[in-house]
Design a protein around this ligand. Structure first.
Ligand code: 26W
Length: 847
């Protein structure tokens, strides 16, 4: 029934001319060796139910088809000697490749038809692919959207990252608790990547520094007695939308994994060193690499520092190697190369570029420093202090002696500069210094070593300039700038919501796919009832698809993993979605407290009728983040209580969706009516889920935080549900007087839920009571994120949502304004701005 929801009718542009079947058969028979067991055709593979093999050989056959464009793209960049951008990121949350590549290639329909004619359903094949989950959340997904946009805009831009053996953990919810499993995304191999052993580089750890005297009093620094680690690159094609550009995502691998030795108990407790101990082939340097599952929290671990250095050193060596093939002087380096540092995780790029230029290429220090700053630019993604990376100086000195020394020199020169500009102001020097109290402040290094630092939304950038990095802004008033985040409309509308994509194309043509501002034209149709009904019907079908998914794939499980109950949701209810990493500042807890208040109201007034609502949560918590894990448990306690209470008459339902990842997002987001973007104002740098949900026709309930502010500008505040303190008010309140107990005294309904959390009313299980108690305590003691403060207004606003939902047409009209206002939030626009204002790239079409 749902096939229609997964096929779209943009026109195919990439002729396969029947050669695809030949390609698939070739790979089935020969590459995968199935010829030996009598598989000579696709039909044979179908008969033997070898679907995974069909997935693999289809992907390999498509990769073959892409190869010519990939080669041509590289050639074009080389021949034209264009400037190239290298995006350095510790995370890429790409999700699955097959469907996206088919769309961007313009080959979806042919492949679907080819497979159909052999009795194979493309959707089922797509579902066999494992998600590439090499990221935690927003930052990693942004990197993936940016790659898509660079290729679509025909810009010479590539990604460098790490080929983690384990990506973000697979989450299971057992008895309401989060349980983590290792993500073995490579267990069936990865047909999209190509290993390039010939480009292996050596990354050096530890050792001692030696000075060699050269002529004219010059000195050279060498590292002796270091421990070498080989980094092997794996390349994945990044295909532009219906053009000839194929850029490269190059991920570095250092390992041959041994999954059996992984200590999952230690992993669960947040102890990654211990978890990996037995998997390491070296004493302390990892051979197996794993994504650190922390979002906005700096663990300060040695293993993470070595990962970051492998990424940085291998990438910079690679960049310089290819630069030298075409150039014999470093004078023009910054005119040919741009490096974007995605948060501070790869900020050692600054010192590594200096090290190679000075120590290995013989460039003098001042010139190298000039080149480095002109080449590097840094993006900040967070203002939370616990997320701003600081490395222990001793650790860095031991692991990376020369890079540490270079930091000391850079810092010395920089502090001198501050002192010159602000003579006598020693305190200021201390505040700005890169090294302080034995720690290295990586953001300071990144700012000093770059020509640009950007925030990811206007409000966030303002906070960087006025608060977090105010004195840097004072010194370098042109350096800090804003590049508001965006999302790719290919992955976030065209692919996951083909019916909506078709409806839109039917009204305004398909220009929006590569020029999202075109969506503005939809405003003309706000009074077109056929269009409005179309929107509502499509939403309804997407909700049914999610309903089926939940029934099939998201049952309630007990502690032993046995299925206790299948969940039925009501597609006529409001699908109220909060999907994002679990973090206190994102305030999933405020949402949950509101649910408890609503539940109480229904219990107190047994005949009360409300707009039926399904509260959908999807969130992973960092394994070592106890408070966040407690909130997951709380939501699941609520779900058990409410979903099984006959008094509620099915009017509210709470569902926690297990293992949120890109593929689940592609099902969840098109089905959402309401998008929860309720962070404490000033703390969410941008958010990008807010954009994905609005683009798919969900209305937003949110605070004036991150990119919500700019969404309100584009959509019209009257078409969103904005509530709560703004960033200035939050700042004021935090520096003044705030007493959560007072809120309880003034609001009976809030007092009641606090009492419930502290009593035996919600659960009789001791362990669960402790969880609830800890939550109540955090709220009453400090309420750092001002949840109780914003709760009354949040509740009021939720009541407005419920009322509006009763008027289908009024709701649909707002949906139109939401979709129509999303043009600004295409990552194509973001990338265009990076390119023009930071990187200075040239659009380079491939013939
Ligand atoms: C050192 C540990 C660590 C790990 C990840 C610190 C910080 C991070 C990231 C910065 C967390 C992250 O993903 N931030 C999100 O980035 C998105 C893309 O810019 C923004 O939309 C989100 O608001 C921001 O939280």
């Amino acid at each position: 029934m749902h096939d229609k929801l997964r096929s779209h009718n943009t026109v195919d542009t990439f002729p396969l001319n029947g050669s695809l079947s030949e390609g698939i058969e070739h790979h089935l028979k020969k590459t995968l060796g199935l010829g030996l067991r009598g598989v000579l055709s696709i039909k044979d593979a179908v008969d033997q139910k070898l679907y995974l093999h069909i997935y693999k050989s289809l992907s390999l056959a498509l990769r073959d088809k892409i190869m010519d464009k990939w080669i041509a793209t590289n050639q074009e960049y080389k021949n034209k000697e264009v400037k190239q951008l290298f995006y350095l990121s510790a995370e890429y949350l790409t999700g699955r490749f097959l469907g996206n590549n088919l769309i961007n290639l313009g080959a979806m329909k042919q492949v679907r038809d080819t497979l159909d004619s052999m009795g194979v359903n493309l959707n089922e094949i797509e579902d066999l692919e494992m998600d590439a989950g090499l990221g935690n959340g927003g930052l990693g997904r942004l990197a993936a959207c940016f790659l898509d946009s660079m290729a679509t805009l025909q810009l010479p831009g590539h990604g460098y990252g790490l080929r983690y053996d384990y990506g973000i953990f697979r989450q299971e919810i057992l008895d309401g608790f989060q349980v983590e499993h290792p993500d073995q995304w490579l267990q069936h191999g990865n047909p999209w990547e190509i290993q390039h052993e010939e480009d292996t580089v050596i990354v050096k750890f530890g050792g001692q520094l030696h000075r060699k005297n050269l002529m004219q009093g010059k000195k050279k620094t060498e590292i002796k007695g270091y421990e070498p680690v080989a980094a092997v690159p794996f390349d994945t094609p990044v295909i532009g939308f219906k053009n000839n550009t194929v850029n490269t995502l190059r991920l570095w691998s250092t390992s041959v994994p041994d999954y059996n030795k992984f200590d999952i108990k230690a992993f669960d407790k947040g102890d990654y060193e211990q978890a990996l101990k037995d998997v390491l082939s070296h004493e302390d340097l990892t051979m197996v690499s794993i994504l650190y599952p922390n979002d906005n929290h700096d663990p300060g671990k040695r293993l993470r520092l070595s990962q970051q250095y492998i990424l940085v050193s291998a990438s910079i060596q690679d960049i310089i190697r290819s630069y030298k093939k075409a150039n014999n002087s470093f004078d023009g380096f910054s005119q040919k190369v741009a490096i974007q540092i995605n948060d501070t995780h790869p900020s050692l790029a600054v010192t590594e570029l200096m090290r190679i230029l000075v120590d290995e290429e013989g460039v003098n220090w001042d010139k190298a420093w000039d080149i480095t700053r002109k080449t590097c630019a840094y993006t900040n993604h967070t203002v939370l202090s616990e997320a701003l990376e600081q490395w222990d100086g001793h650790m860095m000195k031991e692991l990376l002696p020369r890079n540490f020394e270079i930091i000391e020199i850079i810092n010395h020169d920089f502090c001198e500069l501050v002192w010159e500009q602000y003579p006598g102001d020693m305190e200021r020097v201390r505040r700005l210094s890169i090294l302080e109290n034995g720690k290295i402040r990586m953001a300071h290094l990144a700012i000093v070593g770059s020509h640009s630092m950007n925030g990811v939304a206007e409000l966030h950038t303002r906070i960087l300039k006025d608060q977090v990095f105010r004195e840097f802004h004072e010194m370098f008033p042109k350096k800090i700038n804003c590049k508001t985040n965006g999302i790719t409309p290919r992955r976030w509308l065209l692919k996951p919501n083909p019916e909506l994509a078709n409806l839109i194309t039917g009204k305004i043509g398909e220009g929006w796919i590569t020029d999202l501002q075109e969506l503005r034209k939809l405003e003309k149709f706000v009074d077109d009832s056929e269009f409005l009904n179309g929107l509502l019907e499509i939403k309804r079908r997407n909700k049914e698809r999610l309903k089926d998914y939940i029934h099939k794939h998201n049952p309630v499980k007990n502690a032993r993993g046995e299925i206790v109950e299948r969940i039925e949701v009501n597609p006529d209810s409001i699908f109220d979605v909060q999907a994002k990493r679990l973090h206190e500042y994102k305030r999933q807890l405020m949402n949950a407290l509101y649910i408890l208040m609503l539940y109480n109201e229904l219990k107190d007034n047994p005949s009360k009728e409300i707009t039926p609502r399904t509260f959908l949560f999807a969130a992973k918590s960092a394994p070592g983040y106890a408070q966040a894990k407690g909130i997951i448990k709380f939501i699941n306690i609520l779900a058990r209580l409410i979903n099984n209470d006959p008094d509620i008459r099915g009017m509210i339902k709470v569902v926690f969706l297990e293992n949120y990842n890109v593929s689940l997002a592609e099902i969840l987001i098109p089905a959402a009516d309401l998008s929860e973007q309720i962070s404490t104002a000033g703390l969410e740098a941008s958010g990008t889920g807010n954009m994905k949900l609005a683009l798919n026709g969900a209305l937003t309930i949110g605070t004036m935080d991150g990119a919500n502010v700019e969404m309100a500008e584009q959509i019209g505040e009257e078409n969103m549900f904005i509530f709560g303190l703004n960033a200035d008010e939050v700042k004021q309140l935090k520096s003044g007087y705030y007493n959560p107990e007072e809120i309880c005294r003034n609001h009976k309904d809030i007092q009641k839920i606090m009492d419930q959390l502290c009593s035996k009313k919600l659960t009789s299980i001791v362990e669960e009571r402790e969880v609830l108690h800890r939550i109540a305590e955090s709220l009453m003691r400090e309420d750092r994120y001002l949840i109780l403060k914003d709760l009354p207004l949040y509740k009021e606003t939720q009541e407005k949502v419920a009322l509006l939902y009763q008027d289908k047409m009024a709701w649909a009209r707002k949906v139109v304004f939401n979709i129509a206002g999303m043009g600004k939030f295409s990552s194509d626009r973001s990338i265009q701005q990076y390119s023009e204002e930071i990187w200075n790239l040239q659009e380079t079409p491939v013939q």
